[in-house]
Design a protein around this ligand. Structure first.
Ligand code: S3P
Length: 429
């Protein structure tokens, strides 16, 4: 499916509720499924990726009911999952594959995890290494790639102290999930803070977990207590409207009930530094804070994004690049290597699209340098590269083009934001 996007003549206006958070929806299913009872997850994200997580646990004997915007998950306890009838196909979802591997490493049955073409190219050594150290029997294709095969084991895993070289919430969450099945206390230390939804949820489910700076410790073999959860809106989905509202002149937009966890808010911090007009209203919530975001258009200026800020806005870098191109002056985004191993090589995907829009961006070592000051993009036919975040970022670029643009192959957007185009058209008036 291709999108035709008109330039936004009169600004983005009105109110919008973005879909529920993808990261939190995944985790809610996973940890509820291995908790000791039933949990209602309100405002669950029924997107392709989250359905893959849901179906994987159904295949392992977990009873999951759908009721309006909720799923009710009847947890089977830490050791209650059943051997699935076949391999678990996880589609495009790296989050599912990496975190679920931690849970599966502690089971008595064997599993094999597969994915689509993009997921099949994503690195898995980063989870394989720590799981092997914990005594798991895990194998990957060519050492690093899916399919991931995990053989069942009898006893508990071994607790370890692990330092990751990349700040990845998926890796951290995988180790914490495996830590639930380890005899003793497992610790994980990351180089920079990455999103902490797993830590918050496990704490809420009464796991024996503690945090100290960049280290999280968890004691294993304790059952999780089931609790109801309400998932806030996804700030990564709100990002397209935050940037759109900032760069399209005449915009005044309120995004309702977006997650505002400090480990996910990097885009707002960076845009504010660039001169964006963003107001956070009615911030509430305990396990996961949420609030409304008001954004009005403004003149942006370039900035430097430090490597340690990257995990706080990792999925927002493509759309931040659009803001940087429109901003006056130079923007440098440091520590970009992780962007190259996402659903696509996001640096390459964005560069290829920018070339079509007559904009040049370049790499200097592990940094991306963008000279901004573009007023309008030349209309073009843009590509998603099968990556939802690229498709939606290019739709934002199209809003400030000199005419109509098309974005090709946009089915991938269903992984995180089914209904994105309708929402965009709604605020375009
Ligand atoms: C996610 C963490 C991030 C992010 C991904 C979702 C998560 O990946 O890019 O879309 O839910 O934990 P990394 O932690 O591997 O950077």
């Amino acid at each position: 499916m291709d999108w035709k996007i008109k330039k936004a003549a009169g600004g983005l206006k009105g109110e919008l509720t973005v879909p529920p958070d993808k990261s939190i929806s995944h985790r809610a299913v996973m940890f509820a499924a291995i908790s000791g009872g039933s949990c209602r997850v309100r405002n669950f994200l029924f997107s392709e990726d989250c359905m893959r997580t849901l179906e994987a646990f159904r295949a392992m004997g977990v009873n999951i009911e759908k009721e309006d915007d909720s799923v009710i998950i009847h947890g089977r306890g830490l050791k209650g999952l059943k051997e699935p009838p076949g391999e678990l196909y996880l589609g495009n979802s790296g989050t599912t594959m990496r975190i679920i591997s931690g849970i599966l490493a502690g089971q008595s049955f064997s599993t094999r995890l597969t994915g689509d073409e993009s997921l099949s190219k994503r690195p898995m050594l980063r989870i394989k290494d720590p799981l092997l150290e914990m005594g798991a029997d895990i194998d990957t294709f060519n050492g690093n790639f899916p399919p991931v095969s995990i053989r069942g084991r009898k006893g508990p895993l071994k607790a370890i102290d692990y330092k990751t070289s990349v700040a990845s919430a998926q890796v951290k969450s995988c180790i914490l999930a495996a830590g639930l099945y380890a005899d003793g206390q497992t610790s994980i230390t990351e180089p920079f803070q990455s999103r902490d939804h797993t830590e918050r949820m496990l704490e809420y489910f009464s796991a024996d977990i503690e945090r100290e700076g960049l280290t999280t410790r968890i004691k294993g073999l304790k059952e999780l207590a089931p609790k109801d959860i309400r998932v806030p809106g996804d700030i990564s989905s709100a990002a397209y409207f935050i940037v759109g509202g900032s760069i399209v002149k005449g915009s005044d937009l309120v995004i309702k009930n977006a997650g505002l966890n400090s480990t996910r808010r990097g885009l707002i911090t960076v845009l504010e530094r660039m001169g964006a007009d963003i107001e956070l209203l009615d911030v509430r919530g305990d396990v996961e804070p949420a609030g409304d975001i008001r954004v009005r258009s403004s003149d942006l200026k370039g900035t430097v994004v430090e490597a340690e800020e990257i995990p706080l806005l990792i999925d927002e870098v493509p759309v931040l690049m659009i803001a940087a191109v429109m901003a006056e002056g130079r923007t440098e985004i440091k520590g970009i290597s992780e962007l190259k191993v996402k659903e696509s090589d996001r640096i390459k995907s964005m560069r290829d699209n920018f070339l079509k829009l007559d904009v040049d961006i370049h790499e200097e070592g592990n940094s991306l340098v963008i000279y901004g000051g573009v007023k309008v993009f030349s209309p073009a036919s843009l590509k998603s590269f099968g990556d939802h975040r690229i498709a939606m970022s290019m739709a934002v670029a199209a809003l400030v083009s000199g005419g109509d643009c098309s974005v090709c192959d946009t089915e991938c957007v269903d992984t995180s934001y089914p209904g994105f185009l309708a929402d965009l058209e709604k605020v375009m008036g």
